[in-house]
Ligand binder design. Structure first.
Ligand SMILES: [Zn+2]
Length: 232
């Protein structure tokens, strides 16, 4: 390999083979050494290329970041919708449950009590009558339109001899009963009929007072005036 000369000033170039570079000590020019030829280093072009490469990298990074942001935005939007829907579902459930609890609290059938206050027996030439005076206590917070109650009669030994079902109010048409929270006394008449069981029932109950019997009552059905219903 012969010595290289500087294309600018003709001076002998200093060679750096390892870095494939040449340098003119006379005019201070740099050259690239490639395939036995020396090419002047275009410092401006090098600088420009480097800048371009950097700009390209920056643009790539920016595009990647933008894409990430876009994905993030989409993800956030999705989560926002999921959160809104979940909040609506939870809120709705709480609302409905609370509403039910409030309604149930207003319509507690355990707050309705029915007791037989007195029984009066009467007879004419054809029939036997027994008058029951029921006292209905409505301590629920809503007005009651209809009640169905079963009254089981037992003797003092606890032996049952009959159950009567009484209805107060009417299911259809105008309500007979409209029991605002408070007390009310309702009278019911039982008329003896010529059936064996009814006759027996009357015989057992005739001339007795509530104190002579064990009377168990159970509420079977309640309809409040706002439409809320309890069914046993
Ligand atoms: Zn030179």
């Amino acid at each position: 390999m012969t010595g290289y000369t500087c294309p600018y000033c003709g001076a002998k170039l200093k060679i750096d083979r390892a870095r494939q570079k040449a340098y003119c000590e006379y005019c201070h020019s740099d050259f690239a050494l490639q395939d036995d030829t020396v090419t002047p280093f275009d410092r401006e072009k090098e600088e420009k290329d480097r800048e371009n490469r950097l700009a390209e990298l920056a643009a790539k990074r920016r595009a990647r970041l933008e894409k990430l942001t876009e994905e993030e935005r989409a993800r956030r939007k999705k989560w926002l919708w999921i959160s809104i829907i979940a909040a609506l579902i939870i809120g709705g459930t709480v609302w409905i449950t609370a509403g039910k609890m409030i309604r149930a609290a207003r319509h507690d059938h355990d707050k309705i009590g029915i007791t037989v206050q007195s029984m009066t027996s009467e007879e004419d030439s054809n029939h036997s009558y027994i008058y029951f005076d029921f006292e209905i206590r409505n301590d629920s917070k809503a007005t009651v339109d209809y009640i169905k109650v079963s009254t089981r009669m037992k003797d003092l030994n606890g032996k049952s001899f009959g159950t009567v079902t009484s209805e107060f109010g009417s299911l259809s048409g105008g309500s007979v009963l409209s029991l605002k929270p408070g007390r009310s006394t309702i009278e019911e008449v039982y008329l003896s009929e010529n059936t064996k069981l009814m006759t027996q029932f009357f015989q057992r109950i005739y001339g007795k007072t509530p104190e002579d019997l064990l009377i168990e009552q159970e509420i079977l059905y309640v309809r409040w005036s706002d439409g809320f219903v309890y069914k046993r």
